[in-house]
Write a protein of this length. Sequence first.
Length: 309
Amino acid sequence: WLAVAGEVPVLTMIILLCFMPNSPRFLLSQGKEKEALGSLCWLRGSDTDYVQEYEQIKDSVRKQSRRVSCAEIKDPFIYKPILIAGVMRFLQQLSGVTCILVYLQSIFKKTSVILKPEYDAALVGLVRLFSVAIAAVSMDKAGRKILLFVSAGVMLASNLTMGIYIHFMPSSQNGTIANKTLVSSDNLPAEPTNYITLIPLLATMFFIMGYALGWGPITWLLMSEILPLKARGVASGLCVIVSWLTAFTLTQSFLPVVNAFGLEVPFLFFTVISAGNILFTSCCVPETKGRSLEQIEAFFRTGRRSFMR
């Protein structure tokens, strides 16, 4: 019945897609100028200056009509934004979010959180939803980079807390029985000892909050903003492949690492990655708040000075 209930939003999306027009940029790339103008009018409203925007989009599509060649890939204007987007997707998955979500209940069972694991997972889900809503509201006000810094900082503190807690947990809870497996959680001890067992729950909630504030949604947003228009389709696909290959590899290696070295090792590894996220954001990620696609492209073409104008 859970699977049947999951069909409801899918069917709703299919129905609503029937009423969604193609984007003006796509229609112009197909030579359908009249349909493109009508689509933009529907999207923006007839009382707006959509004709001027239409001409700008038309000029942009004309300039970007050629496909990127192998020689152009060597141009920093092409490969730098692709590299930045790809590394961001790589670091996003290396921060451990997929592993933590996949093995969430088992991790709570192993750390003997005071609440039932299924209730803990529900709380984490609510925190994630709340945090994404905050990010959506503040992204265009605070800026992308500041949210990425805050996000990575919160994830770093949360992962470090989890790693230290698991390492110094009483041996009766962190012994060989708990480290044998995270899959067969039914046989693991679940009785709480005291309220200190709330630490893993709070640390995980803050980790998910930090992830949802920045490194979750903003990496997707920046892909659409910094990737060059002429290579956006292929580059987006490449970044997504990097993302999910990393997630698959990390998830597959998570259990063997836990069985061999203990649960604290992955969390300490995620801590190091979060520190790397902060460094990468500081050195490589441009601030795109309030910038047009043309200004962002100018940044990669000629440098930050022209970008900031």
